[in-house]
Design a protein around this ligand. Structure first.
Ligand code: ZN
Length: 443
């Protein structure tokens, strides 16, 4: 099926950072076939769907590189706590009580929110049990990305939420065998040891070895998020978090580390040397009082940085618009107002996310030959700047999820008039409430 989309503007994020006005995008078989001035297309003879959206701005689908779909059900139930209390008192007990049914609802609520706010590729941390539920839901929506069974073989914070090293490894291998490269190659496996305090050295080392059998898989974990966490890592291993990971040879260019808030100079050198991918989660870092990652320095050092909303109970929104806004603002008091300008932040949420996941030849920008994953935004709201040239500013500083009107993955429309076509939001919320009540009773 062919489509011709004629928006007001196209923010390409291509290598020349072209912004086209009065251009159209032709899509065929899920691929962007041609981008040219609308006058070059013969609209009368076009044998496909013509989408006239002259008020809208077409941008690449957003990429979020750190999420917990399993936590969406717990939004609002774990506020105003620091990381270790947040995990011990709330999140580990909640995740431990998931059934396949409650996990499905949580995943659906998360995907509905992500997709309807313009995110078309994700990295999800999974949870300890019923991981197949998450994969099945990802596949049914057609979203692109990585997920994997969250691995925990030590848990001093909440011992019930833990399984043996051997079971962690065998489950991850089985899930990787079943789901890596599924959904026409759109779903890939992310081996997901939760964080250093919940993983034995054997688990981490054998996970790294197992990745060799799954070409294109990634390693996804948390690192250096909170000062108390770091003190315990130092007591247990005599090293800082990233130094420890490096000492057991865990890190390389297939590693995604969420947070990296508290890192010293030698750890920054490790991130750089090993070409590690940093997933920046600014609102989560602020709400849990963790701190502010030195993103301007990481970018200056050439370290891969992309953005993720983290879990719904720690921010409390999965909208990339909120993350971009906060990512830009939090650096300015320390680094000056020119740090993290709107264009830089927009690129972190699109092409840099794609690069972090080795998907830059497929997604992350609007270019001929790439997959047709894109978003149509209505930026004509009264709150928006009237200056036609400040499009990145409009998107990063003024827009929000309500500006998302349509979303396409592989050229298929999955959001229409701001609503994700896969889900009935009211029904999700109503069934979600029931599942949450049942879950809380089990604790
Ligand atoms: Zn996280």
């Amino acid at each position: 099926m062919k489509k011709l989309i004629s928006p007001k503007s196209i923010v390409t994020v291509d290598s020349k950072e072209n912004i086209f006005n009065g251009y159209s995008v032709e899509v065929e078989d899920g691929i962007i076939k041609k981008i040219a001035p609308t006058s070059e297309f013969d609209l009368l003879k076009f044998d496909g769907e013509i989408i006239r959206c002259s008020g809208y701005t077409l941008i690449p689908g957003f990429v979020q590189t750190h999420l917990h779909l399993c936590q969406t059900l717990f939004r609002g139930l774990a506020d105003d706590l620091e990381l270790l209390d947040w995990l011990q008192k709330k999140i580990f007990p909640f995740e431990n009580e998931h059934t396949a049914d409650s996990l499905k609802l949580s995943t659906q609520l998360g995907l509905n929110e992500l997709i309807s706010s313009g995110t078309t590729a994700i990295v999800d941390m999974g949870t300890l049990r019923y991981q197949e539920v998450i994969f099945e839901e990802l596949i049914s929506t057609g979203i692109r990305g990585y997920s994997g069974n969250c691995m925990i073989d030590i848990n001093e914070l909440y011992p019930k939420f833990c399984i043996s090293t051997a079971d962690n490894l065998s489950m991850s291998r089985d899930y990787a065998k079943s789901f890596h490269n599924s959904s026409n190659g759109k779903i890939k496996y992310a081996f997901s040891p939760r964080f250093v305090l919940s993983c034995s050295e054997r688990l981490l080392k054998e996970t790294k070895e197992m990745m060799i059998d799954f070409d294109g898989s990634m390693l996804h974990t948390h690192s250096s998020e909170n000062k108390k966490e770091l003190e315990i890592v130092k007591q247990q291993h005599g090293l800082r978090n990233i130094e420890y990971f490096d000492s057991i040879n865990l890190l390389n260019d297939k590693s995604i580390l969420a947070h990296c808030v508290h890192v010293d100079e030698s750890e920054i050198n490790i991130l750089k040397k090993k070409n590690v991918r940093v997933a920046h989660c600014p609102s989560s870092n602020l709400k849990l009082g963790s701190g502010i990652a030195n993103i301007p320095l990481f970018i200056k050092e050439g370290i891969s940085v992309s953005i993720g909303a983290d879990g719904a109970p720690c921010n409390n929104s999965l909208s990339i618009f909120k993350e971009m806004h906060i990512a830009a603002l939090i650096q300015k008091p320390s680094h000056g107002p020119t740090a993290m300008d709107a264009k830089t932040v927009f690129k972190l949420a699109t092409i840099e996310g794609a690069k972090a996941l080795y998907l830059e030849n497929e997604i992350g920008s609007i270019e001929e030959g790439k997959k047709a994953d894109f978003v149509l935004l209505d930026l004509e709201d009264a709150e928006q700047s009237l200056d036609e040239n400040s499009i990145y500013s409009k998107i990063v500083y003024s827009a929000d999820k309500n500006c998302v009107r349509e979303v396409f993955i592989d050229g298929k429309r999955i959001v229409e008039n701001g609503k994700c076509i896969f889900y009935d939001e009211e029904e999700l919320l109503s069934v979600g409430k029931e599942k949450l009540v049942e879950l809380l009773k089990r604790i």
